[in-house]
Design a protein around this ligand. Structure first.
Ligand SMILES: Nc1nc2c(c(=O)[nH]1)N[C@H]1C(S)=C(S)[C@@H](COP(=O)(O)OP(=O)(O)OC[C@H]3O[C@@H](n4cnc5c(=O)[nH]c(N)nc54)[C@H](O)[C@@H]3O)O[C@H]1N2
Ligand SMILES: Nc1nc2c(c(=O)[nH]1)N[C@H]1C(S)=C(S)[C@@H](COP(=O)(O)OP(=O)(O)OC[C@H]3O[C@@H](n4cnc5c(=O)[nH]c(N)nc54)[C@H](O)[C@@H]3O)O[C@H]1N2
Ligand SMILES: [Mo]
Length: 765
């Protein structure tokens, strides 16, 4: 794989000069409009692009935006954003990559291309298989592709030698069929992208309040008096959240951003859908307070806030919601003891904030009758992500901020249906209750025992214990940490299969045999035997809606994801009693079965056809906490030490630029951070640069040290001065994934440590 330094990283090749200067404009607004225009032109989509936008996120005849999982705002007629438009346009491109393309280029040659160039070839049009003799992908018929997969799967000694990855775009119906196929075949090896983003949140919330999801809804966001936003770059990664932030500030709520970086959302915005505001350049505040926490310092901040709450309770017991605490929770006194025993100097050091800042934040919390706390990867992708999310719940519980209007924990989910994937059974560690229901309704015998998640899949491929990899969407080799290690694992497989819409790096880092299976995108018409079909998705706030694509498919040879899953299932298990063909003919029949298996899905087919669909009932939201104790449980974690021992070591986080979607890079710019034309960079504190004798833009080598002591490096990146806390640094994923060792995952969540890589930065050799 060509990982040699280039200024554009995995983005477009460039020799234009780079620049970096602070961004001084509001988020969204005209910069966003211009940027959208550029993408529409590049994808040859000037008119259609805009027409499709009017049916996106439409309550009853549109398709769900395939971008992020932020819920649709019912009060907004055209709830769209810059990055959603880019994302849809990316799928709707007119460009095609057909058999002529693959005939003209060997895989070794394509391996030299940038990731941008690969995806920029356009939509995949027909199934392809790797031909080792010519080192090319060649066409294969669908039934032959299914037969090839079946032969490999049936030849394995045990089904546990195969693994089935999901990227969070897969619909609910396809997710359900996929896990059904995998379990009927005989394994729980269902790694998913959630293992890399909100695994920690799911585990923490389950332990504390017996739900893997947030309990707050958009209406709660609209009613709260204080909103804390931790570790999310909202302006880039959930732009429609800007609307909620602006509304909150407008009606007098406090909106507190907690982030080592002062991101664009913690300033002001031109509300994304307010075309009139855009015309008048009217901006709205999206923040009232901003705390520049140390990386990994959130737990210390939250604990400090709890300390102030307990202090205040000594004078006025009413600051605690005593009735709630007594009736619904357990473990309060141990928590109080731990909090009181933690000295201020430790909280200050570990959070990187002054005691007065922590007291200020606590004051906002104490003054608020209804509080929502939301977070994303800045909290979850750390060693102690589970403890931090549980600490957030602890703090909320002290004042009864759960299961009451205007309150609750609110993780910001990533991919548009990543939450729905889990709801529908994509889980390497399923509950016995779920498996029993599935077995009873579907007449199968699911395997018991824990399957492989993402990091353990990579390790197992390496060890030769997994020999077949199937990827239902995504770009595994780029998304996972330790790129060469992951690549070596994939290369060792007997067979790698990718169900994809576009060509990406993972197709080129393949097993002995390999398949690329092209599928319909969410914007496209899904015509089956009984007519056009709709699928459903679940947003970050547990609302499930129908999504119906209307566009002509990019190629007549594309199959839907359910059809591909059914094809693999039937070929692999010819004796299966599951009515795979009927499911594909009419997705209502899938939903009828899902209604029997999944809690809260009774009447799924009717519910999902209501405008805006339905919200999945959640006992925790009703203060029915189904933990082992029957109560919401306080956690009692020790305060972690997040500061490297060696002063020379920086804590590096990997994040997205404004112009990328995970492993898909649209351009080399990062508008809100004022960076243009460069991705191979490291953002550093001015004093850390001076200590190392680095001028602005100096070329540096970055060496990481893994938990297991092994070292990894990238060379020739540019150091740019940025307002980050001393001792920390930031750069882009997936270019920096090479620095994350295979051993670098959290002992609490098994999530790779994508926000805390220990690095040394030196002038380039
Ligand atoms: N346009 C666009 N939208 C997306 C995506 C995309 O790639 N492009 N990806 C989607 C996906 S899959 C996901 S999971 C989400 C990701 O959404 P984000 O979580 O916003 O993703 P990142 O870009 O990784 O940004 C992490 C943020 O956390 C901050 N941070 C880092 N360390 C800490 C810390 O220790 N404490 C605190 N408080 N903050 C910290 C960073 O400065 C940054 O603001 O976005 C989704 N939406
Ligand atoms: N260092 C570092 N690494 C990270 C992260 C980080 O913050 N730092 N974040 C992690 C996170 S949160 C996530 S979610 C992962 C993302 O990991 P993935 O979900 O694996 O990656 P994506 O880039 O979203 O996948 C893009 C590919 O999906 C395919 N695709 C697009 N639409 C469809 C569709 O409708 N159907 C199908 N079948 N395929 C489709 C296209 O072929 C495209 O190339 O990355 C993780 N990696
Ligand atoms: Mo994600």
């Amino acid at each position: 794989m060509p990982d040699r330094p280039r200024q554009g990283g995995f983005g477009p090749a460039t020799d234009r000069s780079w620049s970096s200067s602070p961004y001084r404009h509001p988020a969204a607004g005209w910069g966003a409009a211009l940027s959208v225009g550029e993408v529409l032109v590049r994808q040859q989509q000037p008119v259609l692009g805009t027409r499709a936008m009017f049916i996106m996120n439409h309550p009853n005849r549109g398709f769900d935006c395939p971008g992020c999982a932020w819920p649709d705002d019912k009060g907004v007629r055209l709830d769209i954003c810059e990055n959603g438009i880019k994302h849809v346009t990316w799928e709707m491109t007119r460009k095609r990559v057909g058999r002529e393309f693959f005939a003209a280029h060997t895989v070794s040659e394509l391996a030299e291309w940038t990731d941008f160039a690969l995806e920029d070839q356009g939509r995949l049009t027909e199934p392809m298989t790797y031909d080792a003799e010519t080192d090319r992908y060649v066409p294969i018929r669908w039934h032959e592709a299914f037969a090839l997969i079946a032969a490999e799967l049936r030849a394995l000694e045990t089904p546990d030698q195969a693994t089935f990855y999901t990227s969070g775009r897969l619909s609910n119906e396809a997710s359900f069929l996929y896990q059904l196929m995998v379990r009927e075949y005989g394994t729980n090896n269902l790694p998913d992208c959630s293992n890399m983003c909100h695994e920690a949140s799911g585990r923490a919330l389950t332990a504390s309040i017996a739900t893997g999801k947030g309990t707050a809804d958009l209406e709660d966001w609209e009613q709260c008096d204080a909103l804390f936003v931790l570790g999310v770059n909202a302006a880039s990664n959930a732009p429609r959240m800007l609307t909620s932030l602006a509304e909150a500030v407008d009606r007098g709520a406090r909106v507190v951003h907690v982030n080592p970086l002062v991101e664009a959302a913690s300033t002001r915005t031109i509300v994304p859908h307010e075309i009139l505001d855009m015309a008048r350049f009217k901006t709205t505040e999206t923040s009232t307070d901003s705390l520049q926490v140390r990386p990994g310092g959130d737990l210390a901040l939250i604990r400090g806030m709890a300390k102030v709450v307990f202090e205040a309770a000594e004078d006025d017991p009413g600051v605690l919601d005593v009735a709630f605490l007594e009736m619904y929770t357990t473990g309060l006194e141990e928590y109080r003891a731990i909090v009181e025993a933690t000295p201020w100097d430790e909280l200050v050091e570990q959070s990187g904030l002054a005691e007065s800042d922590i007291r200020h934040a606590a004051g906002i919390y104490l003054a608020s009758a209804r509080t929502v706390i939301s977070w994303c990867l800045g909290v979850s992708q750390h060693e102690h992500g589970v403890d931090t999310v549980r600490e957030i719940v602890n703090l909320l519980m002290l004042r009864g901020n759960i299961g009451r209007p205007g309150t609750g924990p609110s993780p910001v989910r990533g991919h548009s249906n990543v939450q729905g994937n889990r709801t529908c059974g994509i889980n390497h560690n399923p509950t016995e209750a779920f498996l029993e229901r599935l077995d009873e309704v579907c007449g199968i015998r699911s395997p018991r025992g824990r399957g492989l998640d993402t990091v353990h899949t990579v390790a197992a491929m390496h060890a030769g214990a997994v020999k077949v990899f199937v990827g239902m969407g995504g770009n595994f080799v780029r998304a996972a940490p330790d790129t060469p290690f992951t690549a070596a694992g994939l290369r060792q497989c007997n067979l790698t299969v990718h169900v994809s819409t576009k060509l990406n790096r993972s197709h080129l880092v393949h097993g002995e045999k390999a398949l690329i299976l092209p599928c319909l995108g969410r914007t496209e018409k899904d015509e089956q035997r009984t007519g056009p079909q709709g699928i459903s998705t679940e947003d970050a706030m547990s609302s499930v809606q129908l999504s119906i694509g209307a566009r002509r498919p990019a190629s007549p040879q594309l199959l839907s994801e359910p059809a591909i899953i059914a094809g693999i299932a039937r070929a692999t298990m010819p004796e299966s009693a599951t009515p795979w063909e009927d499911y594909v003919a009419d997705y209502d029949t899938i939903r009828d079965v899902m209604a029997q298996v999944l809690p809260g899905f009774d009447g799924f087919n009717e519910l999902v056809r209501q405008p805006y669909g339905f919200r999945i009932p959640q006992p925790a939201r009703e203060r029915d906490f189904r933990t082992p104790s029957g109560k919401a449980e306080f956690s009692h974690a020790p305060l972690p030490d997040v500061i490297p021992e060696d002063a020379d070591v920086l804590v590096l986080q990997t994040m997205r630029s404004h112009d990328q979607w995970n492993t898909t890079i649209y351009s080399n710019d990062d508008r809100y951070r004022g960076v243009r034309n460069i991705r191979e960079l490291i953002l550093m504190n001015r004093r850390d640069m001076r200590d190392r004798g680095l001028e602005e833009g100096a070329l540096v080598d970055i060496v990481s040290t893994s938990k297991d002591g092994s070292q990894r490096e990238v060379r020739g990146f540019r150091a740019l001065e940025y307002d980050v806390p001393r001792g920390s640094a930031a750069g882009y994923m997936p270019e920096l994934n090479v620095l994350i060792g295979a051993a670098d995952f959290s002992a609490q969540s098994d999530q790779p440590l994508m926000k805390s890589i220990r690095v040394r930065v030196t002038p380039a050799a």
